[in-house]
Design a protein around this ligand. Structure first.
Ligand code: ZN
Length: 316
């Protein structure tokens, strides 16, 4: 096999290299490595850990301070998950934007298991928004029709799923508003708003945007308070116009339209899960941006770098 390598063309060599790298970093290997380099004892937070054999293929660690042990999956989205090869495949399928049902079919698990796995990943991404936006920041709200998908008692006649939110209904309870802010370094923040008011926008965004940044919006009056309080330079842009060649809200408009298409492709998302799906979409968008800047890194590698595995989720 090694003798054959020089005969391969550059693309084949790249594919071979990607495949070998992928093999090297299975999820369990990656978690064990993560624990050893950055890990803290889950009992006492000590960093003095050492390897302590394996349990069911998972690396076990021993804490030199409190003398307790734990496995590498403890505290991650993978705790209590048994089929480690399948999780990795599941993640790839999710990145391909496959539905819960399709993922279940491809892996050979039940729809309920597929739902649970999906929500483990979603839980891990929910709170991964940026907390620091800077420079030129675009902000806007977008609306999703309230969805009670999956709920048994609707309290209203059923609607055809995934109806597009072209017009805003008069009844506010039918719509869920999502506030999104994006700076030019692709730092993205979003939040489901209870109401579109000055106070709520200020509470959400006030501590995320650096003072004296430039805020570009469509002129919604609810942004005036945050601009005054945080000394933001407010640029109002109507009808997708561009001012001085750099001030516009086109990035955020693109982000919203891609988000809407994605939600439509999922046949709608239940409103109660919307924050989780916003997190997942944020990660997809971030990944897409990263793959433009560094094409060598394959999808799942990049996701791990997004610290998916480091997000500690103790309360499953
Ligand atoms: Zn300890």
């Amino acid at each position: 096999m090694i003798k054959q390598v020089p005969k391969l063309d550059p693309l084949q060599k790249q594919t071979l290299s990607n495949t070998l790298n992928k093999q090297k970093y299975s999820i369990l290997d990656r978690l064990a490595k993560e624990c050893l380099t950055h890990g803290k004892c889950i009992h006492c937070e000590s960093e003095r850990l050492r390897k302590y054999g394996k349990s069911n293929d998972r690396q076990r660690f021993y804490c030199n301070d409190c003398s307790k042990t734990f496995v590498c999956t403890r505290g991650s989205a993978y705790f209590y998950q048994h089929k480690s090869d399948d999780w990795q495949k599941y993640l790839e399928f999710m990145l391909n934007r496959d539905s819960i049902r399709l993922c279940a079919k491809k892996i050979g698990i039940s729809v309920v298991t597929s739902f649970n796995w999906r929500h483990r990943y979603l839980n891990a991404t929910e709170n991964t928004y940026e907390t620091h936006l800077d420079g030129i920041v675009e902000a806007d709200e977008t609306y999703f029709r309230e969805s009670k998908k999956g709920e048994r008692k609707l309290g209203r006649p059923a609607r055809k799923r995934g109806t597009k939110a072209n017009t805003r209904g008069l009844n506010k309870t039918d719509w869920v508003a999502v506030l999104t802010a994006l700076d030019r370094n692709h730092h993205e923040y979003d939040h489901v708003l209870k109401q579109v008011t000055s106070t709520e926008i200020n509470n959400c965004l006030g501590d995320k945007i650096s003072d004296e940044s430039i805020l570009c919006t469509d002129g919604q009056p609810a942004y005036n308070q945050i601009c005054a309080e945080h000394h933001l330079h407010h640029i109002v842009l109507k009808n997708s116009r561009c001012k001085d060649g750099i001030f516009h809200i086109q990035n955020i408009n693109n982000y919203h339209s891609q988000l809407k298409q994605w939600v439509l492709k999922m046949h709608g998302v239940a409103s109660k899960y919307l924050p989780k799906y916003l997190g997942w979409f944020r990660m997809l968008a971030w990944h897409k941006y990263q793959s433009f800047t560094d094409d060598k890194i394959n999808k799942s590698e990049k996701l791990f770098e997004f610290k998916l595995l480091q997000i500690q989720q103790h309360n499953f």
